[in-house]
Ligand binder design. Structure first.
Ligand SMILES: O=C[C@H](O)COP(=O)(O)O
Length: 259
C-alpha cells in the first residue's frame, strides 16, 4: 500500500460562470462522504472568474476541498494584458496551479521554457504546481512517448531543489476529451517512468505524486487508480458532474487501499 495520499483534481477548463461554480461545489460537497474527504485530497480548479466565490464558499462552509487555478503568468506584475500573476492567486488562498496543460502548450504557445518559468513562479509564491506532461498520438505511434515525457519533465524540473514537491499529471494528449483512455497498464507504466525520471533529477521517488489524466470517469477510475504508480487523477469533463466526480474520489480512496 502506498503512503502517498491520493489526489483527485477537477479541471473545469472554460466552463461555468461563478454562480454555476458555486452550485457545483455545493452539490459536490453533499455527495462526498467523510471517509473520502479524510483519505483523499480533493481539489477543484475553476476558471479565474469563479476563484473568489469558491474560496469564500470553501472558507465559509469549512469544506475540505483544495482550490486550484488553471494557469499563472511567471511575472509578479506588469504590462501583460489578460494575464494573472501568482501573487494574486496566492492572495485568494489558491493551493494548486496547473502548469503546462496540453491545451496551454498547443493553443497558447506555452513551450518548455515558459512552462519552467511559470512553475518556478508558482512555487515561489507558496503554491503547488500541477505539471502536466504527455505525448501526442503521433509521438506515441512513433514510439517516442517516454522520450517526450522525459524532455518535458527535465525542462520543467531541472534546477529545482525538491522536484518531488510538484504534482505531476501524466496526460496523453490523445486521451484528453476524446473518450479514449490509456489502458491502466500503459498509464501505470508511464507514471512509473515519471517517478523514475523525477528520481534522476534528484527528487524523492516515493514522495512525488503522479496523477493520470485523460477521459477519466466513474466507470474507468477504479481500474486506473488501483495501479501502484497512479496516485490520483486530473479529471476534465467528468468533474463537471457532481455524482461522477464524487464516484471518482471514492475510487481514489479504494484504489489507495489496493495499490
Ligand atoms: O485537465 C484535465 C484533462 O485535460 C483531462 O480532460 P478530460 O477528462 O476531459 O479528458
Amino acid at each position: 500500500m502506498s503512503t502517498r495520499t491520493p489526489f483527485i483534481a477537477g479541471n473545469w477548463k472554460m466552463h461555468l460562470d461563478h454562480l454555476e461554480a458555486i452550485q457545483l461545489v455545493q452539490q459536490l460537497s453533499y455527495r462526498l462522504n467523510p471517509r473520502d474527504i479524510a483519505e483523499v485530497e480533493i481539489a477543484v480548479i475553476p476558471p479565474f472568474t469563479a476563484l473568489r466565490s469558491i474560496q469564500t464558499l470553501i472558507e465559509g462552509d469549512k469544506l475540505e476541498l483544495g482550490l486550484g487555478a488553471q494557469d499563472a503568468h511567471w511575472e509578479d506584475s506588469g504590462a501583460y494584458t489578460g494575464a494573472v500573476a501568482p501573487p494574486m492567486l496566492a492572495k485568494l488562498a489558491v493551493d494548486y496551479v496547473l502548469v503546462g496543460h496540453s491545451e496551454r502548450r498547443s493553443r497558447f504557445g506555452d513551450d518548455d521554457d515558459v512552462v519552467a518559468r511559470k512553475l518556478g513562479a508558482v512555487q515561489r509564491h507558496g503554491m503547488i504546481p500541477i505539471l502536466c506532461v504527455g505525448e501526442t498520438l503521433e509521438e506515441r505511434d512513433a514510439g517516442r512517448a517516454e522520450e517526450v515525457v522525459d524532455r518535458q519533465l527535465r525542462a520543467a524540473l531541472a534546477g529545482l531543489d525538491r522536484p518531488h514537491e510538484v504534482v505531476i499529471a501524466y496526460e496523453p494528449v490523445w486521451a484528453i476529451g476524446t473518450g479514449r483512455t490509456a489502458t491502466p497498464d500503459d498509464a501505470d507504466h508511464m507514471c512509473a517512468a515519471v517517478r523514475r525520471i523525477v528520481g534522476e533529477i534528484g527528487g524523492d521517488t516515493q514522495a512525488v505524486r503522479v496523477q493520470y489524466g485523460g477521459s477519466v470517469k466513474a466507470g474507468n477510475a477504479g481500474d486506473l487508480l488501483a495501479r501502484p504508480d497512479i496516485d490520483g487523477a486530473l479529471v476534465g469533463g467528468a468533474s463537471l458532474d457532481p455524482d461522477g466526480f464524487a464516484a471518482i474520489c471514492r475510487a481514489g480512496r479504494e484504489g489507495a487501499v489496493g495499490a
